[in-house]
Design a protein. Structure first.
Length: 382
């Protein structure tokens, strides 16, 4: 279970092997046996006994600002396999390994972006999206000829710019999205993307730790002080298939509207509708295409930010737009439900949830590090 605590002023204490979440209005109990990750947004307090329990049980505990921006996490014990960690760091000095693995990661990301654009073209009769899909697939084919990590990152950046330039075509109305703007987001679409990318990266971090890997060394993202690069590598193939498609669905299914967003100076809104309204329809819409028309039969079992150097603009000097409290919860509920949705994983040869797919891909990366397989195979939309 992944627990999200966003009630401002909440206090988390410990009773035996349980966490007690106290707010001014209610009291919740969390059993640590079922807790995989705890995300705390804004002004949420942890007692020392609760901290000790979380550390002892090795539960990934993440601290974020109220708007969803990552701040830090509790430092639990490092993976016990010192030889595996040594191997991971040694491979960061192996330029051939890093380039080969990074090629696979970028290719998977580009193919998934192309697939999303292709579905947009066919479902919404958007010819420009089809052209973008073809150009993204062309970039994906060029990946194999790239001879340096810098050139590969440049190619990924070209793909990101192309993809997000056509991303507004996926929506059935104008939400003010022009380009990817991260800090702070300045339109509803960017606000949702930023939140979903944050929680998705943290799920990737948890998957990396579950399989016993050190989250710091990676192939595509270089070593940097204080940065966990491996989750950033792992998340690339999942951005389009999970965060982007869910964002499209949330808007096209009218689960989110303009009233769900505010500037920081505005007052909090009154209670919104039930956050699970229309959620089942959204989860049956794996690439975010449902907007009053029949879904494509061929996408029934589809798994449904770019790198730090990609063309992502900051929002400094512009008025930020943030999710209101109930909309924030609505997005997290939808994300949690989607992560538990099952699809057919062709490489594994069986059905699994998206949450399990993250762990499967992390475990595959470990097998690559240990020399059991020769190449990393990203999860790609079919």
């Amino acid at each position: 279970m992944i627990a999200y605590i966003r009630e401002q002023g909440a206090k988390i204490s410990r009773e035996g092997r349980r966490l007690i979440v106290n707010t001014p209005d209610m009291k919740h109990t969390i059993f640590v046996e079922s807790l995989e990750q705890l995300l705390l947004f804004g002004n949420v307090q942890l007692t020392s006994s609760a901290v000790f329990l979380l550390l002892r049980e090795n539960i990934d505990t993440v601290f974020l600002r109220a708007d969803g921006r990552f701040m830090g996490r509790l430092a639990t014990a490092e993976p016990a396999n010192a030889l595996l960690r040594k191997r991971q760091f040694a491979l960061t000095e192996d330029s051939d390994f890093c380039l080969r693995t990074a090629r696979c990661i970028v290719q998977g990301k580009l193919v998934n972006q192309a697939t999303v654009m292709g579905r947009v073209k066919r479902s919404r009769d958007q010819g420009a999206a089809g052209v973008a899909a073809g150009e993204l697939r062309l970039l994906a084919r060029k990946v194999e000829k790239i001879e340096s990590l810098d050139a590969l990152r440049g190619l990924e950046g070209m793909g990101a710019a192309l993809y997000f330039r056509h991303f507004p075509l996926a929506f059935n109305q104008d939400w003010g999205f022009v380009r990817r703007v991260r800090r702070p987001p300045t339109d509803p679409v960017n606000a949702v993307l930023s939140l979903l990318y944050t929680v998705l990266i943290n799920r990737c971090y948890a998957a990396v730790r579950i399989v016993g890997l050190d989250p710091t060394p990676a192939a595509l993202h270089s070593l940097s002080y204080g940065r966990h690069a491996l989750p950033l590598d792992l998340v690339e193939e999942f951005r389009a298939m999970l965060a982007d498609t869910l964002t499209i669905s949330l808007f096209n299914m009218r689960m989110l509207d303009w009233d769900d967003f505010e500037t920081p100076q505005q007052e909090q809104p009154c209670e919104a509708e039930d956050e699970t309204a229309n959620l089942d329809a959204v989860l049956c819409d794996p690439v975010g295409l449902m907007s009053g028309q029949e879904p494509l039969a061929e996408i029934g079992d589809l798994p449904g930010e770019q790198m730090h150097i990609s063309p992502v603009e900051g929002g400094a000097g512009r008025r930020p737009l943030l999710l209101r409290k109930n909309a924030f919860r609505k997005v997290l509920v939808a994300f949690s439900r989607k992560m538990e949705t099952e699809f057919f994983h062709h490489q594994a040869g069986r059905h699994m949830s998206y949450a399990d797919a993250l762990i499967f891909q992390a475990r595959q990366y470990r097998r690559l590090v240990e020399g059991e397989i020769d190449a990393y195979s990203p999860l790609m939309l079919r």
